[in-house]
Design a protein around this ligand. Structure first.
Ligand SMILES: [Zn+2]
Length: 603
């Protein structure tokens, strides 16, 4: 390596440190041996976990999630589903009716810390381990767990015998170390919503009857296992830089493969079924295209493989794989694959705490999904996020909105969580693209991916990347759109002659402030004026716009003077492209009924 290269590397490292000063994260290294009894739907497990404390704190206790315990009558997940006013129809009261052989559980037989037994307690889906000796900063300890689990009947996401006949969907299926970060421990009881996990390596041996075909997270280390002639087979998967591990198994799985342009192996597992074989075959090409588009626009998928697996109960993301329903229409199959695969960017690699910021994984994924589906379908839509805008506006009209700062588990109703996370989260990015301009926005999205991959970025981390990329201040946008349920509503209040010019008075009727663009329709041309807001401390770089002075937030209105006679102007429109989620479009347009007359709005 030349001295020049070393200097460059040191510069990159120091720049990275400057942008993420003080950042730390914990590390896990799992080794698991699982022996499966498919007749009882149970398995015994041995887990060897090296846990490294990179925090500046001394830890006296640690926590594990025991997700399968949620599938028992009287669990928090069961009660939440029976008491929320709009329960997920897949759950409803189904947990309450599970028999002993149908529930899920993790029974912990013993836990050792560095070879010595430790005390532990279990409350629902959470286990607390009181450490024998405190875990000091920058030290590791090893936990050895002996456990036995029962796979629940498929209720939601994980379980056995799903509605399409897949035997095992093994997700959230092992005792999983809870995350400890700058916010402290994350010990949320599982009510079947979002996740937050510790990055590290997984080395997993799964032994089960040789009739089964297994697919999941990681890379299969012994592909020859499929040829083994014995009663049982041991499948060994290894995954690095992931925060979860999932797998699925069925005797009827057929596997096919394809490769992305840069060599990532894509694997497809579906049930042998003549009615779906063709759809799954056609899905391969679409998935290759999807990865190529994502790599080019949002950052390069960093793992060697990805599996699309028919399993679960709809679509759910896991590192390096997804479990999706497989019997629907081809369009539905593509759409769900696109969404769940994109989660490997926004969830898998950029592992935000989804419980605190569900809009950062669901909203960002929905945004990229809209772009990818538009390209795959060659639709060339003016606004591929239109449905997300409509869904958000409807939500505002229904008065069911809660701020995006709401914890994912604690939205009053499921619908509020859904619209906030998926639709309002998508509109957040779409408006940010409008605020920054397309080129700067995509440059920022790639920087965000590259700077924060394999980490847990927060909204502030994302904001800082976008600020540094654009040279604009963005706190006002994050505060308003995420922290409040205030709305955007600009209106043309009045238009009148001012000597040789025309004055257009724009009123800010909503509580949220955004830069605005006002398009004038002239006899044979259009021109668009751009009013940045003062707190941006700059403006979007776009030479097609006529730039005006900034609008200070405290001012309820803005007088736009244009060097046009009133008689020249046929129509005035705020946000012609409809990229802002303006809740009332009726007052955005000023038709010049009689171009010689001044106009005074009555709305
Ligand atoms: Zn999603």
């Amino acid at each position: 390596m030349t001295r020049f290269c070393i200097a460059i590397i040191l510069l990159l490292i120091s720049e990275n440190c400057i942008s993420q000063h003080g950042y730390w994260q914990q590390k896990v290294d799992y080794e698991m041996d699982i022996v499966f009894d498919h007749e009882k739907h149970q398995f015994s497990g041995k887990q060897n976990l090296v846990y490294t404390n990179h925090s500046p704190d001394t830890l006296n206790r640690v926590f594990f999630h025991l997700y399968f315990n949620a599938f028992q009558p009287g669990s928090s997940m069961d009660v939440r589903s029976r008491t929320i006013s709009d329960p997920d129809p897949r759950i409803k009261d189904r947990i309450q009716t599970l028999s002993e052989s149908e529930v899920g559980y993790h029974k912990i037989h013993s836990i050792l810390q560095d070879g010595q037994p430790v005390r532990y307690t279990v409350e629902g889906t959470l286990m607390t381990i009181m450490l024998n000796s405190p875990l000091l900063p920058n030290t590791s300890c090893t936990f050895h767990l002996d456990f036995e689990s029962q796979v629940p009947v498929q209720i939601r996401r994980s379980g056995r015998n799903n509605s399409e006949g897949v035997d095992y969907t093994m997700t959230q299926w092992y005792p999983k170390m809870a995350e400890y970060d700058a916010d402290g421990w994350h010990t949320d009881p599982y009510v079947c919503r979002e996740f937050h996990g510790v990055f590290g390596t997984f080395d997993v041996n799964i032994t089960l009857d040789s009739q089964y075909v297994v697919g999941g997270t990681g890379v299969l280390q012994n592909p020859e296992v499929t040829q083994t002639k014995s009663e049982s087979r041991t499948w060994r998967f290894v995954a690095e830089n992931v925060h979860d591990f999932a797998w699925a198994a069925d005797p009827e799985f057929v596997r096919s493969s394809a490769f992305t342009s840069n060599g990532t192996e894509l694997n497809f597992y579906h049930l042998k079924d003549t009615t779906i074989n063709d759809n799954w075959h056609r899905l391969e090409e679409q998935t290759v295209k999807l990865f190529d588009i994502m790599n080019e626009r949002f950052g390069e998928y960093p793992y060697p493989q990805f599996s699309v697996i028919q399993a679960g109960d709809g679509g759910m993301e896991y590192p390096m794989c997804t479990m999706i329903a497989g019997t629907g229409s081809f369009g539905g199959l593509v759409s769900v694959t696109v969404h769940e695969a994109i989660h490997n960017w926004y969830y898998g690699v950029l592992a935000t705490n989804e419980l605190k910021y569900p809009w950062m994984d669901e909203g960002f994924t929905t945004f990229a999904q809209n772009i990818v589906l538009d390209l795959l379908g060659k639709r060339n839509s003016a606004n591929p996020h239109k449905r997300s805008y409509e869904s958000y506006i409807k939500h505002v009209t229904n008065k069911t909105e809660e701020p995006l700062t709401t914890h994912a588990d604690h939205y009053e109703i499921n619908a509020s969580y859904g619209v906030a996370s998926y639709s309002k989260g998508c509109v957040f990015l779409s408006q940010l693209e409008y605020i920054l301009g397309k080129d700067v926005f995509y440059k920022g999205m790639k920087s965000y991916f590259n700077e924060w991959k394999f980490k847990h970025p927060t909204p502030t981390d994302f904001k800082r990347v976008m600020e540094k990329t654009s040279g604009l201040e963005l706190d006002w946008y994050f505060e308003g759109w995420i922290g409040t349920t205030k709305q955007i509503d600009y209106s043309i209040a009045s238009v009148f002659t001012e000597g040789e010019n025309t004055q257009i008075v724009i009123e800010k009727k909503g509580g949220l402030h955004l830069p605005i663009e006002i398009t004038l329709q002239l006899e044979e041309a259009q021109e668009t004026y751009y009013i940045p807001i003062e707190r941006m401390r700059g403006a979007k770089k776009d030479s097609t716009l006529i730039h005006k002075t900034a609008w200070p937030w405290a001012f309820p209105s803005y007088s736009l003077i244009v060097e046009r006679k009133l008689s020249e102007i046929k129509r005035i429109e705020i946000d012609q492209q409809q990229r802002t989620a303006d809740v009332d479009l009726t007052n955005n347009v000023s038709p010049m009924v009689d171009p010689t007359e001044s106009f005074k709005a009555d709305h």
